[in-house]
Design a protein around this ligand. Structure first.
Ligand SMILES: CCCCC/C=C/C(=O)SCCNC(=O)CCNC(=O)[C@H](O)C(C)(C)COP(=O)(O)OP(=O)(O)OC[C@H]1O[C@@H](n2cnc3c(N)ncnc32)[C@H](O)[C@@H]1OP(=O)(O)O
Ligand SMILES: NC(=O)C1=CN([C@@H]2O[C@H](COP(=O)(O)OP(=O)(O)OC[C@H]3O[C@@H](n4cnc5c(N)ncnc54)[C@H](OP(=O)(O)O)[C@@H]3O)[C@@H](O)[C@H]2O)C=CC1
Length: 299
């Protein structure tokens, strides 16, 4: 299979250093691979050491000889502040700098809100909101406050609510807002903070997260955007690389929707037909509406 090649200039990120959470799979793997190709050393980080090591091995094979970049796998559960502190400290000990942070690690399960346990709700909020906060805060305090840098938060298409995944919708909306707050608070340190909101992006790992429901969820979702197809992780990676690059030097506090217009289009969530809604108030407008709906009716 042909390798994807970055549209950006080789050497664009030579000698820069990035942390990409969830960097060993799906979207994070595409981002890490593109950064490595462009000369940026990348620390890929998530909870499972074996998975990370395998991903790092695969990435090493693909770094072009012209790139000075190194990939380092380091485990970290972003839900734990201590883990995040240890990660940032290890990166600074090894590389002496952190130019970019990509908060990509995260996820959720599908469930109607009424069936979510408090533990399940908290797992998703802790991962996607608090985990992102931990990483932003630690990288800022330990490095970017003095040296500047760029942070990208990966969120989701939660603009019209997120039925079936209400926990993640709430967490990602919060991260959208956090992105704006941090961009203002940290501007004077030369830190840009932006977010990317992907549409439905296919990767094997993303689909497998939903077990037997995965293939149906992803295939069904393909028609709910203007492209009439699913996105792939490389289409998120190029947007992230743009926002990290000097080409985005005047962009901060923004969220870029990379969703082929999915968020403008209709939702895949069907509201069943029902008669449970309160009736409209009687009056001339309702009478006129009845006439339109049923012209022969005697009102
Ligand atoms: C077309 C549809 C998709 C469109 C949008 C796509 C968006 C994507 O984000 S795709 C990427 C998907 N990838 C992931 O979600 C990967 C990361 N996800 C996770 O790690 C989990 O989903 C997590 C965030 C919930 C964390 O899980 P875990 O580490 O196992 O958490 P805990 O062991 O601490 O306990 C969790 C607690 O949460 C509840 N729970 C977890 N999974 C489910 C489930 N499948 N169904 C119902 N409930 C679940 C449950 O209460 C767990 O507690 P216990 O019952 O005691 O185990
Ligand atoms: N694919 C899609 O359609 C969309 C994805 N997104 C978001 O994009 C991001 C990447 O998802 P995608 O690549 O598609 O799916 P993946 O399931 O492949 O990636 C999720 C990554 O997050 C890591 N992760 C999960 N929990 C933690 C944690 N507590 N600490 C550290 N790392 C963690 C996982 O690694 P490990 O389990 O080893 O910790 C994994 O590498 C996620 O935040 C996802 O929710 C947003 C919108 C749409």
């Amino acid at each position: 299979m042909a390798a994807v090649t970055s549209v950006f200039r080789p050497g664009l990120f030579n000698h820069k250093v990035a942390i990409v959470t969830g960097g060993g799979t799906g979207i994070g793997k595409a981002i890490s691979s593109e950064l490595l190709e462009l000369g940026c050393s990348v620390v890929i980080s998530s909870r499972k050491a074996e998975k990370l090591e395998a991903a790092a091995q695969e990435m090493r094979q693909k770094i072009p000889p012209s790139s000075p970049a190194i990939v380092t796998p380091l485990t970290c559960n972003i839900r734990s502040e201590d883990d995040v502190k240890a990660l940032v400290s290890s990166v600074l000990n090894k590389y002496g700098r952190i130019d970019f942070l990509v908060n990509n690690g995260g996820g959720q399960f599908t469930s109607p809100a009424e069936n979510m346990s408090s533990k399940g709700w908290n797992a998703v909020i802790d991962t996607n909101l608090t985990g992102t906060f931990h990483c932003c805060k630690e990288v800022y305090s330990a490095w970017m406050k003095q040296h500047g840098g760029v942070i990208i938060n990966i969120i989701a298409d939660m603009w019209k609510g997120f039925p079936g995944m209400a926990h993640t919708g709430a967490a990602r909306s919060a991260v959208d807002n956090l992105t704006k707050s941090l961009s203002i608070e940290w501007a004077a340190s030369g830190v840009r903070v932006n977010a990317v909101a992907p549409g439905t992006i296919f990767s094997k790992t993303a689909m497998d997260n939903y077990k037997e429901l995965g293939p149906l969820l992803f295939t069904k979702s393909a028609k709910f955007n203007l492209a009439k197809r699913l996105g792939v992780p490389e289409e998120i990676s190029s947007a992230v690389c743009f926002l990290l690059s000097p080409a985005a030097s005047y962009i901060s506090g923004a969220t870029l929707r990379v969703d082929a217009g999915q968020s403008l289009y209709h939702s895949m969530w069907e509201v069943p037909d029902h008669n449970a809604w309160p009736q409209a108030p009687e009056g001339e407008n309702l009478d006129a509406l009845r006439e339109v709906l049923n012209p022969k009716s005697k009102l």
